[in-house]
Design a protein around this ligand. Structure first.
Ligand SMILES: [Fe+2]
Length: 205
């Protein structure tokens, strides 16, 4: 399993942003600041939680958090033909960073057993097949959780993230409720591992 160094990860992030500016100038113009903040906050969140847990390396957690949405920089982020997780997975594998590739793929799915119809991307069948071959570890779970704890440019409660996802992707109430329960299980797991409430650790009211 291979992960980039912190310097390589920061360079990859900058290079990805340069690709985004070139290939998706509209997206970059309107969304670059919030996208950068999102990735950096997920990275910081992952490092903070990791600092409380034995056997999770803080720097590796930061790197995985920073690059989890790498696929969004490589292809039109609003194009529903492509799933950014799979794009990131393919790109990171091509670069030889299979640990990042894996998190690009897994970070969206606390529950691997989702229904294709819950997502509008045609690439979901392939994604689900790949996910079936992965046994989630604490890095997968950590980035899944941290992605749920960031809304806009702030750390937020999972409930706020669910409202954001429901509105942005027009997800049904039933599906959102199920995802919310799964997300809370994930949070409870890390609360126990950290020995404190993650919301308190991150200063979320
Ligand atoms: Fe994300």
């Amino acid at each position: 399993m291979t992960c980039p160094s912190i310097k390589q990860a920061l360079d990859l992030f900058d290079e990805g942003l340069a690709v985004m500016r070139k290939e998706q100038p509209r997206f970059a113009f309107y969304c670059e600041k919030s996208f950068r903040s999102h990735c950096c906050l997920v990275a910081c969140c992952a490092e903070m939680i990791a600092s409380r847990i034995d056997n999770i390396d803080g720097q590796k957690a930061y790197i995985l958090g920073l690059l989890h949405d790498y696929g969004k920089m490589m292809r039109d982020a609003d194009n529903k033909e492509y799933f950014h997780g799979l794009t990131g997975y393919n790109e990171m594998n091509r670069l030889g960073y299979d640990e990042v590739a894996r998190v690009c793929l897994t970070h969206t799915f606390p529950d691997k057993d989702f229904k294709y119809t819950e997502y509008s991307y045609p690439e979901m069948r392939k994604t689900k097949k790949l996910l079936a071959q992965v046994d989630y570890d604490d890095y997968d779970r950590l980035i899944q959780l941290c992605d749920l704890l960031v809304v806009g440019m702030n750390f937020s409660k999972i409930k706020d993230r669910m409202i954001f996802v429901k509105d942005k992707y027009r997800v049904s109430t039933m599906v959102i409720k199920r995802r919310y329960r799964q997300a809370l299980r994930l949070k409870n797991y890390f609360d126990r591992r950290c020995g404190c409430n993650i919301y308190r650790l991150l200063g979320i009211n």
